[in-house]
Design a protein around this ligand. Structure first.
Ligand code: FAD
Length: 290
């Protein structure tokens, strides 16, 4: 089923998950147990990330997204980055996705990778959306895109970023998933900017339950998410108590989600970090509120 159809036919907020394939050095089977447990929670869909390196990166994404859909019966979305791929490589990846019955793509630019020369066929995610929609062999893929409540790190300012986001929607992105954030007011301001810019597609709020210290440091350096003092206090207090930190991280995410749902968001996209325990605890806490 296409994700835009899920949004169109649902009378409640959508609840989706994100998972990532294991590193190339680990066997793909190492994620199967977690996959089964996470799929058993029956989210509306699960999206599967795509390695940043371009060529060859798609096969694990394809395999996991296919398993989620074809074995476990949960709709899946394959992430696809374009900055390190040629058009021919994108054609072949999309053909592979189609052969595995995958109907939904999260169309991304991807990050530049040290030591990898970008291929230059695609500069922005909107160009990937345009390319897919303009080629009849690909055009029936349903497309989603990424968005940044705290502004993409490379953008000049929030006005430029929101106008660029509108280009991505005009190019075919039918729904958006946000970068993680810890301060809901940042997301509400972003929704206002999107509305003013005429962006009318559903926007899911990306929620990352923080369950260990190194995860916080990595996330903040990678995406620049601001940390409200309430959040920092919790993290400092339970810094050296892993179980308490995990439980506090889950409680914080649940509180964020309850507030977002009460404010009528289109959907919640939970970055599960492949952790079935965390995904289950949060699902159980919010499922009756959707
Ligand atoms: P774009 O939408 O192309 O935007 C990138 C920058 O270019 C922005 O600053 C934007 O303002 C600017 N821009 C866009 N269009 C134009 C234009 N026409 N003219 C001038 N400037 C423009 N990375 C991975 O490698 N694999 C993944 O699986 C993955 N999944 C993600 C999932 C989500 C929900 C999110 C939020 C991010 C994900 N990323 C992933 C990270 C993403 O690849 C990076 O954030 C990347 O830097 C930007 O990708 P994008 O698709 O948002 O780019």
């Amino acid at each position: 089923m296409k994700i835009s159809e899920i949004f169109n036919t649902s009378d409640r907020a959508i609840f989706s998950f994100e998972m990532f394939p294991p590193k190339k050095t680990s066997p793909i089977e190492s994620v199967y147990g977690k996959l089964e447990e996470i799929c058993a929670l029956k989210p509306d869909f699960i999206s599967v990330t795509y390695g940043a390196g371009g060529t060859g990166a798609h096969s694990r994404t394809c395999e996991i997204a296919s398993k989620i859909k074809n074995e476990f019966g949960v709709e899946s979305v394959a992430h696809l980055t374009c900055v390190n791929s040629t058009k021919v490589e994108i054609d072949s990846t999309l053909a592979d996705f189609k052969a595995h019955n995958i109907e939904n793509i999260l169309a991304l630019r991807g990050d530049y990778v040290d030591g990898v020369e970008p291929k230059k066929d695609f500069i922005y995610a909107s160009e990937l959306c345009e390319y897919i929609k303009e080629h009849s062999e690909h055009s029936d893929f349903d497309l989603g895109g990424a968005c940044y409540p705290e502004v993409h790190l490379e953008a000049k300012d929030e006005v430029e970023d929101i106008l660029n986001l509108r280009k991505k929607v005009e190019a075919g992105a039918e729904h958006l998933i946000s970068q993680l954030f810890f301060d809901n007011s940042v997301f509400y301001r972003f929704l206002e900017r999107a509305k003013i810019a005429g962006i009318n597609v559903p926007i899911e709020a990306g929620i990352m339950p923080v369950t260990n210290k190194s995860q916080i440091e990595r996330m903040v350096s990678m995406c620049g998410a601001s940390l409200p003092s309430k959040f920092v206090k919790i993290m400092q207090k339970y810094d050296s108590k892993p179980e308490a930190l995990r439980d506090a991280g889950i409680a914080y995410a649940v509180e964020q989600i309850v507030d977002l749902l009460a404010n009528g968001v289109d959907g919640i996209h939970l970055y599960t970090m492949n952790n079935p325990y965390v995904a289950r605890k949060i699902s159980e806490a919010v499922v009756s509120l959707l």
